[in-house]
Ligand binder design. Structure first.
Ligand code: ACO
Length: 329
């Protein structure tokens, strides 16, 4: 008999658009250098879409997630797509995924918490699932950040990349994998990262119809992250009644290698426990953590049958941040 209150990760998957753009390639479009980008961020390349929109990437990632499971799409009751770069306001990316994979029984919606989106969505899906009459939920993070960027602004253009990935979670009679969490927002600092703003434009007031590109106060976010993320990680460890030495891997949002190094140092844990792929993909916002998780699952570093404690921690626009402690196998 399945314990209806226990939830686990069943499978992971990803889809990265095929067009790799190196730092060197960027220097033909803007005044930047491989040296500056590597030194300040750790990024060496990113993948940019040649026209596939966020739903196209998410649909391919969803197929990959399902291929790795024994679950049929019509057993899924919930689809959440975390994204800050949806195709449009309606239909949602999640609805397009629901249609494409023929998840006929699923409710579907998008969630926007910028780069924290996947952690927010996973936490939300896990809670809905515990009380739902169905057994499985699909949680994706997908972004085409390249369409949100002002390609004349070198301060942001070099940082972001496109991609999608996700997980299938479901009920289980094994032990619960979701141990503790810590999620926050600080809207007072919301202007530190803005994107896609649209002014009111109607018969009563005429204004600029254009949608604005992404702006970021990198310093502000850097400082906020290096202060708040170590505390958030400590909090889930304490609430999860475990010790920091017992955490196998700390999966941090891949925004900047320097941020990850500082967090590792503050927590006094070896950098090897903080897997990174930012060098390949840049910052893929809500897709960043599930891409990393899928890479680690595919090379059997995690989700390999062995019990492991992992941290998922993300931060970004909103400002938002959040950390989950999972005990996976
Ligand atoms: N190439 C060359 N030079 C550059 C570039 C570039 N691409 N970009 C900026 N510079 C120059 C600047 O003009 C500046 O020159 P100046 O001193 O002559 O004015 C100098 O480099 C330093 O610029 P800073 O912006 O101060 O560089 P900093 O060391 O702060 O690094 C960075 C910037 C990488 C953005 C860093 O602040 C950062 O990573 N912040 C965190 C971002 C983050 O985590 N975001 C997550 C949220 S994203 C989301 O939610 C979608």
């Amino acid at each position: 008999m399945m314990d209806k209150n226990h939830v686990k990760i069943y499978s992971t998957g990803r889809y990265i658009p095929p067009n790799r753009v190196s730092n060197h390639d960027l220097t033909s479009w803007m005044d930047t250098s491989d040296e500056w980008i590597v030194k300040r961020t750790g990024i060496r390349s990113r993948y940019l879409s040649r026209g596939d929109n966020t739903s196209d990437l998410c649909i391919k990632a969803a197929h990959n997630v399902l291929e790795g499971s024994h679950v049929n799409a019509d057993e899924i009751g919930l689809i959440i797509v975390a994204t800050m770069s949806p195709d449009g306001q309606s239909p949602s990316v999640a609805s397009k995924v629901q249609s494409a994979i023929q998840a006929g029984q699923a409710m579907a919606f998008d969630m926007n918490a910028a780069c924290s989106g996947f952690v927010y969505a996973l936490s939300t899906a896990e809670k809905i699932l515990r009380h739902a009459p169905y057994s499985y939920a699909l949680v994706l993070g997908g972004e085409v950040m390249s369409k949100e960027i002002d390609w004349t602004d070198r301060k942001t253009a070099v940082l972001f990349g496109d991609g999608a990935a996700g997980v299938l979670i479901g009920k289980t009679d094994e032990s619960d994998q979701f141990i503790s969490e810590d999620l926050h927002a600080n809207g007072d600092k919301g202007e530190a990262l803005t994107s896609g703003n649209r002014k009111v434009d109607n018969p009563l007031i005429q204004s600029d119809k254009s949608v604005s590109y992404l702006t970021m106060d990198g310093r502000e976010i850097f400082n906020f992250v290096t202060r708040s993320i170590p505390d958030s990680i400590q909090k889930v460890i304490e609430d999860g009644e475990t010790e920091i030495e017992d955490i196998d891997y700390f999966l941090l949002h891949q925004a900047n290698a320097r941020i990850i190094e500082i967090v590792a140092k503050k927590l006094k844990r070896p950098i090897e426990a903080f897997p990174m792929n930012i060098q390949n993909y840049g910052n893929t916002s809500a897709a960043s953590l599930p891409i990393l998780l899928d890479e680690l699952a595919k090379d059997r570093t995690v989700l390999n049958g062995k019990k492991q404690k992992i941290i998922l921690s993300a931060f970004g626009g909103g400002l938002t941040w959040g950390t989950l402690l999972l005990e996976i196998n």
